[in-house]
Design a protein around this ligand. Structure first.
Ligand code: HEC
Length: 137
């Protein structure tokens, strides 16, 4: 199928995702400070992270650990994922601060990590992704 043929489907998927996120935001009082960022965060996640990470419950078998419910989770703690020793030993709770530090430069924050990602240059994009992940629970 050519790009023209696929584009309308992409657009409607995109709008339903935005609708779903807005609904989630209305539900989640604690998300107030993240509200303007979340839609951007979903886009950044899609382009930067989704090739390796799922955010839907129960999805396994990707290169990176499932990030559903990652907010508040201890680093390297999913039983069914084979983490590096570095990530197991890191012992942080994933919050906005720790997630943004990780994705700034994974090898600097967790030397020896298996996450083969160079880092996200834009601080706004890092914050937006962290806000998006906060909603995935
Ligand atoms: C090329 C694949 C790849 C990409 C792209 C990638 N990651 Fe990862 N990620 C991994 C792998 C592999 C691990 C496990 C690292 C380890 O065990 O050392 C990981 C670990 C993590 C963890 C720790 C999870 C836990 O359970 O402790 C977080 C949080 C994370 N990634 C977030 C992100 C975000 C946000 C992005 C996008 C900005 C991203 N990753 C992009 C492969 C990737």
């Amino acid at each position: 199928m050519d790009f023209q043929g696929r584009f309308p489907m992409f657009t409607s998927l995109r709008w339903s995702l935005i609708g779903l996120l807005s609904f989630t935001l209305v539900q989640a009082v604690s998300a107030a400070e993240c509200a303007p960022d979340t839609r951007r965060g979903a886009e950044v996640f899609a382009t930067e992270c989704s090739v390796c990470h799922a955010v839907t419950k129960g999805t396994a078998g990707m290169m990176g650990p499932n990030l559903f419910g990652v907010y508040g989770r201890k680093s390297g703690s999913l039983a069914d994922f084979s983490y590096s020793q570095a990530m197991r030993d890191k012992d942080v709770s994933w919050q906005a601060e720790t997630i943004t530090q990780l994705i700034t430069q994974p090898q600097a924050f967790v030397p020896g990590t298996y996450m083969p990602y160079m880092g996200l240059a834009s601080a706004d994009d890092r914050q937006a992704v962290a806000c998006f992940l906060k909603e995935q629970h």
